[in-house]
Design a protein around this ligand. Structure first.
Ligand code: ADP
Ligand code: ADP
Ligand code: ZN
Length: 221
């Protein structure tokens, strides 16, 4: 299965792609997570990306395309992958088409999660993550079952992203509307675009995504 989850910041891409990773046995690839790992490790890529990420802008297509090219050639992608947060510009979508063409891999679908801006802001401002295993939570919509303890790994340390503060969120939403939204018609023209209601509860969004996958003949591993 080769799938793209598309949607504005806070739409639920990470939440849904982590679920799909387990259910379908394919690799979840988040360019945002990869960049945050580079920043944390202080690599040259991290140093180049940090200021742009903190300001809510998009990192250069060149850097991202190189990173993705290397990533999807790794063995864990042999059974497929879910792209979360990539592509984010038309040149990135075109580069992905070239990469997939070279390896004779066909994209199954691009699933768009549609969510209103007011809800996105609410989701982003309440988002936090387990520092140990990366499981995602929300202050209101997805609290750990036991306060302060990760459901998945029992970890007790959590982190919030520096770019999840209100000032940066608007820049990120602008970047989505101006630079990312134009890839919707790109995939529409290819007949690969499916939209789901990302405003629904997490389980319901999950069910809608699975319905799309069934419709196009993709079944769980
Ligand atoms: P993205 O990866 O698209 O930026 P996330 O998956 O990180 O979005 O979700 C953003 C925040 O909203 C997280 O705190 C997550 O727990 C929460 N969330 C995700 N999906 C839903 C949903 N359907 N309803 C309510 N909250 C959600
Ligand atoms: P969200 O989950 O809120 O949509 P991400 O974690 O995907 O955010 O991305 C965080 C930041 O990393 C973006 O605001 C941007 O600066 C950078 N980034 C991630 N993916 C890309 C990409 N494909 N192209 C350019 N910049 C990216
Ligand atoms: Zn955890």
């Amino acid at each position: 299965m080769e799938l793209i989850l598309l949607g504005p910041p806070g739409a639920g891409k990470g939440t849904q792609s982590k679920f799909l990773e387990t259910r379908y046995g394919v690799a979840q690839i988040s360019t945002g997570d990869m960049l945050r790992a580079e920043v944390k490790a202080g690599t040259p890529i991290g140093l180049e990306a940090k200021g742009i990420m903190d300001a809510g802008g998009l990192v250069s297509d060149d850097l991202i395309i190189r990173m993705i090219g290397e990533r999807i050639s790794r063995p864990d992608c042999a059974k497929g992958f879910i792209l979360d947060g990539f592509p984010r510009t038309v040149p990135q979508a075109e580069a992905l088409d070239r990469l997939l063409h070279e390896t004779a891999v066909d994209l199954d679908a691009v699933i768009e999660l549609k969510v209103d801006e007011a809800v996105l802001v609410e989701r982003i401002s309440g988002r936090f993550t387990c520092a140990k295993c990366g499981a995602g939570y929300h202050d209101t919509f997805r609290k750990p079952k036991k306060e302060g303890v990760c459901d998945t790994c029992g970890g007790t340390e959590f982190t919030r992203r520096p770019d999840d503060k209100a000032e940066t969120v608007h820049a990120r939403l602008d970047a989505y509307n101006v630079q990312t939204a134009p890839i919707l018609p790109y995939y529409q023209a290819q007949g690969r675009l499916y939209s789901v209601d990302g405003m629904a509860e997490m389980d319901e969004v999950q069910a809608q995504i699975e319905a799309v996958l069934r419709k196009i003949g993709v079944t769980a591993a």
